[in-house]
Design a protein around this ligand. Structure first.
Ligand code: ADP
Length: 193
């Protein structure tokens, strides 16, 4: 059975996590942020160390351990009754992060809509990440060099995922608005998908 899925798409700092957390509180929606799955690991685990190595450089974690970990997390949430694949829509944030990951998840996800949070203002993205560095204690948000590397990785590796799924599924949302307005735009479409 494939998971009925909505993707939150956009550059680092575009607000995917903020929106995903809110959407996850609506009955029959389950939010899963891949970055949070990684951040919940302990540094003692092999994959936790791998995450620290790659994320501190602003690079993506290799695909196979990422997909394996994500599957484990979703299966854990299913077994514990937090996620009900038969009735819930999965709201994914941060995965798939490149075309290869999208291919690896082809038989797992039934993507019914993509919300593309677009920011025209790179400074907005950078400022949001820098604020988050202190608030959420995120090392990868603390250095401007790492932030720039992540924005480059997004342009090069992540953006092509939009074409993989096809433009018909994509709903563009202006990410430079206030979080409340972004939410309204998403909700207007989400009830239709
Ligand atoms: P952001 O979108 O702000 O970069 P995330 O929490 O989504 O924040 O990701 C933080 C870091 O976690 C990424 O820079 C990357 O190193 C790692 N990561 C998260 N999701 C993935 C993924 N699907 N594939 C590979 N690496 C990932």
């Amino acid at each position: 059975m494939k998971y009925r899925t909505i993707l939150l798409f956009g550059a680092p700092g575009a607000g995917k996590g903020t929106q995903g957390k809110i959407l996850g509180t609506i009955p029959n929606f389950f939010h899963c942020a891949c970055g949070d799955v990684f951040r919940n690991l302990t540094i003692e685990s092999g994959i936790g160390r791998t995450f620290m190595d790659y994320s501190s450089r602003g690079e993506l974690v290799p695909d196979q351990p990422t997909i394996d970990l994500w599957r484990q997390s979703i299966e854990g949430n299913t077994q514990t009754g937090r996620f009900h694949p038969d009735r819930d829509t999965l709201v994914l944030d941060g995965i798939p992060r490149n075309v290869h990951q999208a291919e690896m998840l082809r038989d797992t996800l039934n993507v019914v809509g993509i919300f593309y949070l677009r920011s025209k203002n790179i400074d907005n993205l950078v400022h949001r990440m820098q604020r988050r560095a202190i608030k959420e204690n995120r090392l990868d948000d603390a250095s401007l060099d790492v932030i720039k590397r992540r924005l480059k990785t997004y342009e090069k590796d992540t953006k092509p995922v939009l074409n993989f799924y096809g433009r018909k599924l994509v709903h563009r949302v202006d990410a430079d608005q206030t979080p409340a307005k972004v939410l309204v735009d998403i909700l207007k479409h989400i009830v239709k998908v």
